[in-house]
Structure formats: C-alpha cells, structure tokens
Design a protein around this ligand. Sequence first.
Ligand code: BES
Ligand code: ZN
Ligand code: ZN
Length: 484
Amino acid sequence: MLSIDAGLFTGLNATQDPLVLFAFSDGGIVDARLLPNKLLKALKTRCEEEDFHAKLGETVSLRASDGTVVRPYLIVGLGKRKAFNSETLRRCGGHIYRAAKSRFETLWVSPPAGLAAPLAEGLLLGSYVFLRYKRPDAEPKLKTVRLLARRAPERARFKSAAARATLFCEAVFAARDLVNRGPSDKSPEALARLAEGLAGPRLSVKVIDKKAAEKLGMGSFLSVARGSSAPPYFVHLVYKPKGKARKRVGLAGKGITFDSGGLSLKRPPHMAMMKMDMAGAAAVLAIFKVLPRLGVRAEVHGFTPLAYNMPGCDAIKPGDVVRAMNGKTIEILNTDAEGRLVLADALAYAARQKLDVLMDLATLTGSILIALGDRVTGAMTNDKALLKRVLAVADKTSEPIWEMPLVKDYRKHITSRIADIKNIGKGREGGAIIGGIFLQEFVDGTPWIHFDIAGTAWSDGHSYCPPGGTGTMVRTMLEYLTSL
Ligand code: BES
Ligand code: ZN
Ligand code: ZN
C-alpha cells in the first residue's frame, strides 16, 4: 500500500524530491507567497507555455530551482474557487497519483489548509490495483507521499489524518479485493474462513453452518443455496469496545458469491458481473477488519448470509414457499430476487440482537441502477432521523446517497395469495422500493436503513476509483461508527 507520511520544509530541502503545488483556474497557485519569486516566475512561464488552465485534475510539470535546490514540480489544477470542497482534493489525489506513479518514488505535496485528510484519501484510493491474478511486475514506482507541513503541530495533525485515511482505505481495498475476486475463488466457506481470521481480543466471530441455520429456522436463506453444491454459511461478527458501548449497531451485508439468477436464469450480459453480488458482505467484512484499530466506541454486529445462487437439481423453483426465521412464509416467484431472501433471515436474526440501529448493504436491484445510476446509492428507512444523521456523514465522505420512499400503498404488490408475502412485485415498477418494502417485513421495528448498492458497488472507473469493485459505503459506515 502507498505510504502517506508528513514532513517539514527542512525535510524537503534536504532532498531533491518532487513537490506538488495546487492552482485555481481563477486564482493562480495556492500559497504562492511562500515561494521564491524566481521559482514562481519559472512556474508561471511553464504554465503559459503548456496552455495550463488549472482545470480540475489538469497537471503540468517542470524542473526548477527554488534558489538552493533543483527539483521537479508538479502543478495540479483545482478548478474554480467557488466549486472547491474536500471532494475536489480527493479527486486531485487520484489525478496526482496517476501523474506520478511511474515517474517518482517519493513525492511531497503541500495540502491546502485543513484538507490533508481528503487528499491522503484520494491518493490512497486512486493507488488501488488488483494484483491477485497478475504477475507482480505490474508494481508502481511511487511508494511514499509526504504531506508538507509548516510547523510541528501541523505535521502531527497531518500524520494522524494520514493514519486514519490509511485505515479507512485499507478497508476499502479489502472490500474491492473481495468483490474483484473470481466467484469460484470466494465460496461461502472461503469467506466464512476469512471472517474467522478477523477474530481477536475485541472481535468474536460465530460461523453458522447449514445445520445450525436449519435449527435456527433460516428457511429463506437456505432455500437460495439449494442449487449449488457449495454449502451456505452465515457469519455473525461482534466487536465490543473498551468500556461501556455508546450504541449497539448492526450491519448486514448481502453475500451472494455469484448470482446466476438460479432457475430464473439471467441472460449472459446481465450475469457477467454477478461476482459482485457479495459487495454488501465484502463491505461488512472489510469494516470489521479495521474496527478494532479505529477505537470505535459502539458495539458493532456484522451479519453476512453467504451463498451461491445457482440452478441445480435441487434448486428452489418458482412457486416454492419457504419459511423465514421470523415465521413469515414467502412465495418465491422469481429465483433471481434472491438477495431479499437471504437478507430476510439476516435481518430477522439481527432483529433478535436488540440493536439501536440496523443497516443493510445490498446489491439488491437492477432498478436502483436505472433510477440513480452508478454514482448514487439508494436508501430506504423506517427512521428518518437516523437516515438524516447518515446522510450528514456521507456528505463528509462524498459518497452520494438518495432516499427512496417506502410507499405504504405498494405493500399490496408483495401480498401473496398462498403465503404471507411473495418475493417480487408488479412487473418492473418501483423495483428498488419493492425490495425495500419486502426487507422491512423482517426488521421487527428496529430503526433500520436499507442501502441498495447495486449501482455503486461496481464502476467503470473515475478519478480515485479504478474500474471494478468500488468498496462503496465502507468509508461512510466507518465515518458513522467513529462518530458515535
Ligand atoms: N443481484 C441482482 C441485482 C443487481 C442487478 C445487482 C444489477 C447489480 C447489478 C439481484 O439479485 C436481482 O437479480 N434482482 C432482480 C430482482 C427482480 C427479479 C425482482 C432485478 O433487479 O432484476
Ligand atoms: Zn438475483
Ligand atoms: Zn443478487
């Protein structure tokens, strides 16, 4: 992982390392007064020569002297002053990393006031590569970025911001790694073992196998796994803080390790990316990986129902009726609406743990991708105040979330003639909302938010997010948990 550190001018001056400077398109170089006149002149000339306008992410480089040391300079555009915020720097971090990764080993960056954290985050997030199936010769040259501080107290602040960003990004990377992994290399059993490996002094992991899940009455979850020869596993993780817990928070993550659709088989183009259907569970596991090191003061429970959704001799068939852990019966009319079936039992199980807050992360519906695209997560809740709090946190992390209403009048669309409910609604209308309404049947009144991450869990790539699994919502959940 890219190492982010902090240092003072004296440290920089002892080297010929390159230095990154920022510029506004309508304001010139940031903190220009700190630079020697001669250097500033050379920078300005170069910008003019290169027709550099400091548009967001635009870069220009040159070698110049500050009077004593000759070093490379990289000027990065921040765009317009008015549009500038912490997300600008996160995005610049990604652009800087790309401009520097194969040119320099160490890089110094002077972050605009107070914005070391998002800059560090952008640099780290943008540096992600998935190497599991590649030869290691693909390694980048850039190893260390030093945040340039004016004085010792600022350096201390930068160091702690960098450490926190590094932990957050370690979790995002863990989630991305799991999502990017081939579906046959992440069986429910493999992920359950991986979860067990997270156990430690404050973190306990309970793995519920098929037999134990049968005993618990998880008929809905188990039905999904019936088409695969690989057995399902349900993992319950518990993190306990030092001292009295501020709150008890539950995080459930959909863990379909491949979604073929089952007998309601998907068409090839829709099936192609379905290794990502465990992105919710990946996020939960990734969060637990760093929780103990973040000093979170809440008690946190993780729930991951893990199963393949495959057609097979014993696969569930459209028309089957199953019974979930809370006693409700479900008529399955489409085996491709399996996420809600595994989450039904996960939420019913979670509801028994007497939690103050329950949130689920699930690649639940194609509808949310149609409604909100691939950059906005859909949220549905039975507790507006709770969602408001999470939205404020998500504003900080710049992970856009938009609320979809749990319309009471739509409840009738999942009423079944022969069971308590059915697993699909009316055609494709309001598909994401129907998914949320279905899940609500299992939370037993616990304050709850459902996040539909089907659109945001996978990306074609943008500023600080390489193509593939995104690790969506990991940073927002960590920011929320550390705020308690
Ligand atoms: N895993 C899919 C949802 C999905 C779609 C995730 C696209 C990521 C990208 C889910 O299990 C599914 O197939 N949902 C169906 C539900 C329908 C049958 C009611 C869908 O959205 O089409
Ligand atoms: Zn499906
Ligand atoms: Zn699915």
